[in-house]
Design a protein around this ligand. Structure first.
Ligand SMILES: Nc1ncnc2c1ncn2[C@@H]1O[C@H](COP(=O)(O)OP(=O)(O)OP(=O)(O)O)[C@@H](O)[C@H]1O
Ligand SMILES: [Mg+2]
Length: 485
């Protein structure tokens, strides 16, 4: 693993050992004896992790940590503290002040390695989020580094400059609206209006007038002449959100508008020309809707010149940590909190959650944690649901060896989960016997019938059953068999 580790310790042996261990892992090591010598290196900004003795001759390790936290180029560099026997309480104090971890002397090679590696990975992630956020342009709001997202970004770059209609497909909460806005901002029309119409939210009888406008008196309630969304988006972008919910009779009119670039206000016979780039989105399976006759095939083909698929979050689990950190930043800012740290355990935990509501659900969850947590976000701040789900998953994995292991995340797991809820449902009391109950019952019946056959002659019955007399007495008592049976 690559990265630069700065070792600060006045003991030559420790410096030498750490150098050997860390360089052996491919890391770059710089070492200094005193905190005063560490400061300029930290100020330069190319240290990824600091491993630092708590007690140092001049400025102490703790003071160095406090100094670094206030220094812009070192504020987020993780500190791992080394403490001697006598300075454990100092190390604990250092962790309270923001150190990531501490080790006691004598150093345990493996523990140091694991901790440095984690800190490096973490630092890399934080840096990536910072660059993503700082990146200027239109797509910076769309966080994602998974292969599927990179593919989406490159498609966005290709289609944004054109006037081509784009149909944005994806499950609820995956970021379809964000994609539509990015397309607009990356297009030559970015200075012109972006008009969003939620086709699902407008009452069916009003969709037409909303889209195309109406003349005064066109219908009851049309007290004044009104511009429609197509007109409002002239020269810009019209985003038809939830297009799958558009009534069939309106679909015909939208189709005409798309084909001819012409619209007519309700109650008017005057045709108007509009120049609008149309983007549409839906979480429905439009092809299935077409097959069922709920969506016009001709409109579908007009809209889906360029279909863009936004992947569900469970198909890009690797993006969850970056999304969480970015949302924590945004939300701390929004709620006026100082930036809260997020523990690695929280990130790991959230990566195990299926998020059927995708990025929106994740964002809501982070918001809840940001509001309810203390200075930092820890495992106990993660609400119950994700843990429950993970337990269910674990149980599933244990109970049904044929299912995917809990770590594998795919659509099928969700289906399995439903199934599991059914199959692990408690059995109705009395509906089935345990093996022991069944065995006892069967045994009792056979013993009773044998006894009856020999008119309760215990010796003969014992011979027939192939057991000792004393044993038969015992069995009769155990099974509650009496003469009058
Ligand atoms: N890649 C992403 N990076 C950052 N934030 C995202 C990303 N994707 C979605 N979000 C955030 O998640 C929330 C939901 O996104 P959006 O409204 O675009 O989803 P949608 O696909 O339109 O959902 P629906 O089908 O329910 O309308 C928003 O707060 C959005 O900012
Ligand atoms: Mg949406």
């Amino acid at each position: 693993m690559s990265g630069t580790v700065l070792v600060v310790d006045d003991e030559k042996n420790i410096r030498r050992t750490l150098r050997m261990v860390l360089e052996g892992e491919g890391m770059t090591v710089r070492d200094v004896e005193r905190a005063e010598d560490a400061q300029p290196l930290l100020a330069e900004g190319d240290v990824d992790v600091v491993v630092c003795d708590v007690r140092l001759p001049g400025i102490s390790g703790i003071e160095l940590l406090q100094w670094a936290r206030k220094h812009p180029s070192a504020a987020s560099v993780p500190f791992l503290m080394i403490s001697g026997h006598a300075s454990v309480s100092d190390a604990v104090e250092a962790v309270r002040l923001g150190a990531t971890d501490f080790f006691e002397k004598p150093l345990d090679r493996d523990r140091v390695l694991v901790s440095v590696r984690n800190a490096l990975a973490r630092a890399r992630l934080e840096r990536k989020v910072a660059t993503l956020e700082a990146r200027v342009g239109a797509k910076e709001e769309l966080i994602g580094d998974a292969a599927s997202m990179r593919k989406l970004f490159s498609e966005l770059e290709r289609v944004a400059p054109t006037k081509a209609r784009v149909l944005i497909l994806g499950e609820s909460g995956t970021g379809k609206e964000l994609v539509a806005r990015a397309l607009h901002r990356m297009s030559p029309r970015s200075e012109q209006p972006f008009v969003k119409v939620n086709c699902a939210a407008i009452p069916a009888e009003l969709v037409e007038s909303e889209l195309f406008g109406h003349e005064k008196g066109a219908f009851t309630g049309a007290v004044a002449r009104k511009r429609g969304h197509f007109e409002a988006a002239h020269n810009g972008t019209l985003f038809l959100d939830e297009i799958g919910d558009m009534p069939l009779n309106v679909q015909v009119k939208v189709l005409r508008a798309l084909q001819q670039g012409e619209i007519t206000r309700v109650g008017s016979d005057q045709v108007q020309t509009v120049d609008v780039r149309v983007l549409a989105a839906t979480h429905h399976d439009l092809e299935a809707a077409v097959a069922k006759g709920a969506f016009r095939e001709d409109l579908f083909f007009r809209l889906s010149v360029l279909p863009l698929r936004v992947p569900p979050l469970r198909e890009r689990v690797e993006d969850i940590p970056a999304l969480v950190l970015a949302f924590v930043r945004q939300l701390c800012d929004e709620h006026g909190f100082k930036l809260k740290r997020v523990s690695q355990a929280v990130l790991d935990e959230l990566c195990a959650w299926p998020f059927p509501g995708n990025v929106r659900e994740l964002r809501n969850l982070v918001e809840r944690m940001v509001i309810l947590s203390g200075e930092s976000i820890e495992l106990e701040d993660v609400p119950e649901e994700p843990r429950l789900s993970r337990e269910l998953r674990a149980r599933l994995g244990a109970a049904r060896p044929s299912t995917a292991p809990p770590a594998a995340r795919s659509v099928e797991i969700d289906d399995d989960e439903d199934e599991a809820v059914v199959s692990v449902a408690p059995r109705e009391p009395g509906a089935r016997l345990t093996l022991k109950e069944y065995r006892d019952q069967a045994e009792r019946e056979y013993v009773v019938s044998t006894l009856r056959d020999v008119d309760f002659n215990i010796s003969r019955a014992a011979t027939l059953l192939g057991i000792e007399r004393t044993n038969l007495h015992k069995k009769m008592r155990a099974l509650g068999i009496k003469r009058d049976d």
